[in-house]
Design a protein around this ligand. Structure first.
Ligand code: ARG
Length: 413
């Protein structure tokens, strides 16, 4: 059993006390029109303004009582140790398939000569082909498709969506095997921080690690209460990952989770995670994008429950509201429709993360200012809404929940 937990997240809505962020940096300026799609961006944000928007987001979270912890800072602290630094560089190169040969050796040499500060910056920003002088030693540099790619190592522009590479659940975490190559190194960073940083080392049970084949991302993982999760089966999270996670959680003495509501959503870029279409904003209030249901309001939902032996038992459901009432043991609840149900407004505001709200306390959320129809509706439903500027940040297709990984929330009662 964990004696002094480093993480406590038993709900989506308990008052936020500690949160992990990443301030967008040089990686954003390494997105090009040619690489945009594989880097999962729809446009190239203007970095200076993206940073100002992000700083305002962080300030708001601090004003509301949360400690903001930057993942890049934690990584830099871990990499002060020469052993950890060498181990990290090795794994980072291996995961980019640089294992043997001239280029791999030169990259390793290059990374090892950098100061910790520059190394961390380079890990996020990527390595441009012209950073190393390889023209006279590597054929790859002068002929073939590799030579056309300006990067030896791609940037990590999605890193400011700190929600996804891992997910805090109870006193532990899943460290996620990300779906696309563009994001896989992000969870390697989490793995190193959890293993080596004194704030977390030996204090965080890992429910599912990234060194297995089942894809899962934090945007799909919602903690409804101390014993119930909702997980999206989506473009990014496979049903197999959910089944495996259920098996691990139900069997672990460190976990209180006994119910997982697996919610299948359309598999596409606009709705890549469950939290782009569904977020919990109060004990009995949720925002939902109506486009995830068919005309009759039906969906494909499965409940995974633990039997007395801690084994997984499945039950099928098809109605979101009824299933939430059942698992949360409520008499009624309020589903607030993104864009107030109008098909054009709902689709536009969902695209800009109008359903992606970060609860910082029960009934109090942070969200993008541009989704004014959804904001007004939330206010009419009694929610306190803090708006943040979203001109640049929204171009990566993620909102306030995507940009934050809670580490500590107050218990609800
Ligand atoms: N939790 C979320 N919804 N995150 C959004 C991540 C967006 C990012 N561009 C991606 O495609 O991965």
């Amino acid at each position: 059993m964990i004696k002094q937990p480093a993480i406590q997240v038993n709900s989506e809505i308990g008052t936020l006390r500690e949160v992990l962020l990443h301030r967008p940096g040089a990686e954003i300026e390494n997105i090009t029109p040619d690489t945009m799609e594989r880097l999962l961006f729809d446009d190239i944000p203007f970095l200076k303004n993206a940073q100002a928007e992000h700083d305002a987001f962080a300030d708001l979270l601090r004003e509301r009582g949360a400690e903001v912890v930057y993942i890049e800072q934690l990584l830099a602290e871990c990499l002060q140790s020469a052993d950890t630094r060498i181990a990290f560089i090795k794994r980072y190169l291996e995961e980019h398939h640089y294992t043997t040969g001239t280029v791999a050796q030169e990259m390793q040499k290059y990374l090892q000569t950098l100061s910790v500060k520059d190394l961390v910056q380079t890990i996020y920003a990527g390595i441009r082909r012209d950073a190393l002088d390889l023209k006279h030693t590597s054929l790859d540099e002068v002929a073939g498709t590799a030579a056309e790619d300006p990067f030896l190592m791609d940037p990590l522009p999605n890193a400011y969506f700190t929600r996804d590479p891992q997910a805090s659940t109870g006193n532990g975490m899943t460290i996620n095997h990300m779906t696309y190559a563009a994001r896989q190194p992000e969870s390697l960073i989490t793995e190193f921080v959890m293993a080596h940083h004194p704030r977390f080392s030996q204090r965080v049970p890992i429910w599912l690690d990234r060194n297995q084949d089942n894809r899962i991302e934090g945007g799909d993982e919602l903690v409804l209460n101390e014993h119930t999760l909702a997980i999206g089966i989506s473009q990014r999270t496979s049903s197999k990952a959910v089944q495996t996670l259920a098996e691990h959680l139900f069997a672990s003495p460190d976990s209180q989770i006994d119910t997982i509501m697996a919610v299948e959503i359309p598999h596409n870029h606009a709705m890549m995670h469950l939290d782009t279409v569904f977020t919990m904003v109060n004990t009995d209030q949720f925002t939902v994008f109506p486009g995830i249901m068919d005309d009759a309001g039906k969906m494909n939902i499965n409940l995974l429950r633990a039997n007395n032996q801690g084994e997984v038992v499945l039950e099928h459901r098809d109605n979101l509201k009824r299933t939430l009432l059942e698992v949360l043991n409520l008499d009624d609840l309020d589903l607030i429709e993104t864009g107030n149900g109008d098909p054009i407004n709902a689709a536009r505001e969902q695209w800009n993360d109008g359903s992606n709200n970060l609860a910082i306390a029960p009934g109090e959320v942070v969200t993008y200012d541009r989704n004014y129809i959804s904001i007004q509706l939330m206010r009419e439903h009694g929610i306190t809404v803090h708006e943040i500027k979203s001109s640049e940040l929204s171009r990566g297709r993620g909102g306030a929940r995507c940009m934050s990984q809670p580490l500590w929330r107050d218990e609800l009662n």
